[in-house]
Design a protein around this ligand. Structure first.
Ligand code: ADP
Ligand code: MG
Length: 292
């Protein structure tokens, strides 16, 4: 069944906040602490996955560093980040503002380049690939969803959704695929509206439809519920869960919200450009010390 965004009936409205799964994850050290240098292997596999049978990761990072500026103005944003994401995972990336989460997401998506380390996405060394090759991987396999929606106001809803087709010279059935993406997020009726006429939740659905347009296998989301009220945010999260469970889309979601991290099957915490153990303390800090 294709996931439907609306209506969210009682059967799909699960208690995602009540779960104590996050607190069960304190033994999972996310990278950094692996003595044999294969950080990202031991300690970061989701429970229930046998390492010996684990598939090749679709994202593999080793000792990734990144700085901005130079001299006295130099900011070291990433200080050696290592982890893997396997196909089918739903990973939450948490951490205080400025800890380097967006930078990391952009590097994985090929929108930014690290200074050093290793970055493999779908088995390709994207650090040593051409811009064209990186763009090819992005267009074929990766969808992005941002906090601020990033829709173009002068285009219709459908125009925004089919925007990825403009980066492919041989795109086929563009409108039909755009309408199908809109149907999946429950917005079939709004195809000819402009973003300015939509609510925040509807805008984010359009942005998600755009991210799904090329049928990505990896969805990178940067605080996708940050601008939404809690009910709308919950619908978006439920939709992501369905995408992950039914369509096997791998998810990496940057979030400050426990209701997102509590439904992920793994939580990675960052502090000052490094991964830290996902202890209760680190998670509380990452979530701004807010209520569980
Ligand atoms: P987060 O998403 O965790 O809030 P970011 O990755 O956005 O963190 O930023 C981490 C640090 O890098 C911040 O100190 C930010 O000011 C700095 N930074 C991010 N992007 C740039 C940039 N393009 N130029 C200079 N500094 C940047
Ligand atoms: Mg950010």
């Amino acid at each position: 069944m294709t996931p439907g965004f609306t209506p969210i009936g009682p059967s799909t409205k699960m208690d995602v906040v009540g779960s104590a799964r996050v607190h069960d994850k304190r033994s999972e050290v996310a990278g950094g602490g692996d003595p044999d240098g294969s950080a990202g292997g031991a300690g970061v596999l989701p429970r229930g996955i046998d390492k010996s049978r684990a598939p090749a990761p679709i994202v593999r990072l080793r000792d990734v560093t990144k700085s901005y500026g130079s001299g006295a103005a130099k900011t070291q944003v990433l200080r050696g980040v290592s982890f893997d994401i396997d196909s089918g995972e739903f990973v939450a990336l948490v951490g205080q503002s400025g800890s380097g989460k967006s930078t990391l997401l952009n590097i994985i998506g090929g929108l930014d380049q690290p200074d050093a380390g290793e970055v493999e996405v779908f088995g390709t060394d994207t650090m040593r690939s051409s811009d064209k090759k990186r763009a090819g991987i992005r267009n074929a396999s990766i969808g992005f969803v941002f906090q601020a929606f990033n829709l173009l106001d002068h285009l219709t809803v459908l125009g925004n959704v089919v925007l990825p087709a403009s980066f492919a010279h041989d795109a086929k059935d563009v409108d039909a695929r755009g309408r199908e993406a809109l149907r999946r997020v429950g917005l079939s009726d709004l195809a000819s509206r402009r973003p300015g006429e939509l609510s925040g939740g509807q805008k984010q659905r359009v942005a998600i439809a755009r991210a799904l347009f090329n049928a990505p296998t990896l969805l990178l989301c940067d605080e996708p519920t940050g601008n939404l009220d809690s009910e709308t945010g919950r619908e978006v999260i439920d939709f992501f869960r369905e995408l992950n469970a039914k369509d096997s889309v791998t998810l990496l979601i940057v979030t400050h919200e426990r209701r997102v991290s509590s439904v992920a099957n793994r939580v990675i915490a960052m502090r000052d450009g490094m991964l830290v153990e996902t202890t209760d303390e680190a998670l509380a800090a990452a979530h701004g010390g807010g209520p569980a």
